[in-house]
Design a protein around this ligand. Structure first.
Ligand code: HEM
Length: 220
């Protein structure tokens, strides 16, 4: 990771406007995906509940992002999950996946509508076949923040997500959220797995669209 530069304001020159060409290990996630064989293990009063679910995930490229000299390329994502038995949403999640080509830093932000946010991190090379990010409650870098009721009743101690790219273009994830459920001695492993298949290609990021329109020769 190394030391940060003394000049924290100057942004990098020659930022490539085309995010899809610079996503490194995240390139294979870009697009829209569906998976019908998800399995969730969640905490219920009567004990762990195991449910099958149907998932749709959309990952779209965002414009290149600079933090002073730091240059990040990324995807905005939305996960939506249903079950065959119920019409209501089973799980909803939005956030960003970010990759820093200069260092291989990988980040996933997770926002779920329970009053909970996570910033998880790891490292990955441009050609990585697996991606892993982790967060721990209390960390100011890769941490978890929750509303007071969740802290009281379902305290989230850690979060990890591992993605494996399959040779046929699909990918699989395993997510493990360790919960301290009030009144229970052991941590509960709230675990989710699924395999996703691409159903649509991504749209180019807004800056790439603008730049390519400007580059087109004017009509005579
Ligand atoms: C595929 C992903 C996920 C699915 C399908 C899912 C689904 C569920 C379900 C069905 C419950 C039980 C809800 C209830 O009884 O009211 C639950 C509880 C919970 N989930 Fe998830 N979840 C997922 C991922 C996550 C992630 C990534 C986090 C946090 C990082 C998380 C945090 C929690 C917490 C804190 C609870 C306990 C709150 C409660 O039961 O009221 N979940 N989840």
């Amino acid at each position: 990771m190394g030391a940060f530069p003394d000049d924290i304001f100057t942004e990098p020159a020659n930022v490539d406007p085309d995010t899809l060409a610079n996503l490194g290990p995240l390139r294979r996630l870009a697009g829209v995906w569906e998976g019908r064989k998800g399995i969730d293990l969640n905490p219920k009063a009567e004990g762990p509940e195991r449910r099958k679910f149907i998932e749709r995930i959309e990952f779209q490229p965002i414009d290149p992002q600079t933090n002073g000299p730091q240059l990040l390329y990324g995807l905005r994502y939305h996960v939506h999950i249903n079950t065959e038995e119920e019409l209501a949403t089973f799980h909803d999640q939005i956030g960003y996946w970010l990759w820093e080509p200069a260092t291989g830093l990988l980040m996933q932000s997770v926002t779920i509508p329970r009053g909970q946010c996570v910033l998880a991190g790891g490292h990955a090379a441009a050609d990585a076949q697996t991606l892993k990010v982790e967060a721990r409650r209390g960390s100011t870098e890769f941490g978890i923040v929750s509303t007071a009721f969740l802290e009281h009743a379902f305290r989230t101690e850690s979060y990890s997500l591992e993605i494996t790219f399959n040779p046929d273009g699909s990918w699989r994830y395993v997510s493990e959220t360790m919960l301290a459920v009030r009144g229970q001695a052991d941590l509960f492993n709230h675990r989710d797995v699924n395999t996703l298949v691409k159903v649509a290609e991504p749209e180019p990021n807004p800056l790439a669209v603008l730049v390519s329109a400007q580059e087109k020769p004017a009509r005579a």
